[in-house]
Design a protein around this ligand. Structure first.
Ligand SMILES: Nc1ncnc2c1ncn2[C@@H]1O[C@H](COP(=O)(O)OP(=O)(O)OP(=O)(O)O)[C@@H](O)[C@H]1O
Length: 302
């Protein structure tokens, strides 16, 4: 469905755009339909840039992003772009910034109606909206006709997901969608993503939080300094992390149910196996080694 092939992004930075910042380096990955793939990395690792390129908000400096075989940078014209966004939508970290405070929150649905379904009758449209709102487990009574400030972050986030459902999207780019939600709403939104996956939607789940990646995704991609450090089935990446960076990240996840002594004893009994990583030929390429089936490890950039 979605395929990234040797994608690079270099931003121009500094006074007069004279500097260069390599934000994404040689990233190749696939997302199949109905699959949840997590892009995991610390701040500045390039995850949002990747998500934005998939959404067509930025163009890659080089490389190809294709959706069902079409290079998305070749999509030209209003009708073709509309057709793309009917199938690919994004939901971002801060739900409040996606709503205009002077309009009622469900205006976001009306915008979809006027753009994509202008001929739909009021009754049919209402039915569609009620169905989408129900799917994201919101009570229409509580959310429709309300202003953004009358709704919680979790409710707004779910309304944005409902908006994507009105379009029957095939791929949702979910960029840090739960970072700003409180703990009780987080789990609802995570479970909602699991429901969407059950319905066949693919999700590119962008997160800085390893444990969230582990919780929601079929496959995980760990990014470091814009390049893939490790990628594979989530269970393998988490049970058998191969890149020193992944191991370091995993060792930083607090394990609240275990004491330091237990963790140390286990590490001594089962020391992680070290593998030799050859050096990448230059700073632009970031080749991957397939260490086991479908489990890739990046050549260390130091
Ligand atoms: N529009 C831009 N212009 C210039 N540099 C940018 C731009 N957007 C991002 N960057 C830089 O590119 C690098 C990657 O940023 P990106 O936002 O993709 O990382 P991230 O992993 O999503 O981090 P965060 O979680 O903090 O958003 C960072 O060094 C960032 O400062």
């Amino acid at each position: 469905m979605l395929e990234l092939s040797h994608v690079h992004k270099v931003y121009r930075v500094g006074a007069f755009g004279g500097g260069r910042l390599r934000a994404v380096r040689d990233v190749s990955l696939k997302v199949e339909s109905g699959e949840v793939v997590s892009l995991i990395g610390e701040s500045g690792s390039g995850k949002s840039t990747l998500g934005k390129m998939v959404l067509g908000l930025f163009k890659p400096t080089s490389g190809v992003i294709s959706f069902d075989g079409t290079d998305i940078t070749t999509i030209r014209g209003h009708a073709a772009r509309k057709a793309y966004y009917r199938r690919v939508q994004g939901v971002f970290q801060d739900p409040f910034s996606s709503f205009n405070p002077i309009f009622k929150a469900d205006r976001v649905f009306e915008m979809i109606r006027s753009s994509y379904f202008p001929g739909t009758s009021d009754a049919d449209w209402r039915e569609r909206v009620l169905k989408a709102v129900g799917t994201v487990r919101l009570d229409p009574e509580n959310v429709l006709g309300k202003y953004p400030h009358q709704l919680s972050g979790g409710q707004l986030q779910r309304l944005l997901i409902a908006r994507a459902l009105l379009l029957d999207v095939d791929l949702l780019v979910a960029d840090e969608v739960i970072s700003m939600l409180d703990a009780s709403t987080r789990i609802d939104v995570l479970n909602l993503l699991a429901d969407l996956k059950e319905r066949g939607m693919a999700i590119l789940f962008v997160t800085h939080d390893l444990s969230l990646g582990n919780y929601v995704s079929d496959r995980s991609v760990i990014l470091r300094k814009g390049a893939i450090a490790e990628m594979g089935p989530t269970a393998r990446v988490f049970e058998n992390p191969l890149h020193p960076y992944s191991r370091h990240l995993l060792s930083c996840v607090p394990q609240l149910h275990r004491t330091w002594a237990e963790v140390d004893a286990e590490m001594k009994a089962n020391p992680p196996e070290d593998i030799d990583l050859p050096v990448a030929p230059d700073e632009e390429s970031a080749p991957l080694l397939e260490a086991e089936k479908g489990h890739f490890v990046g050549i260390d950039q130091g």
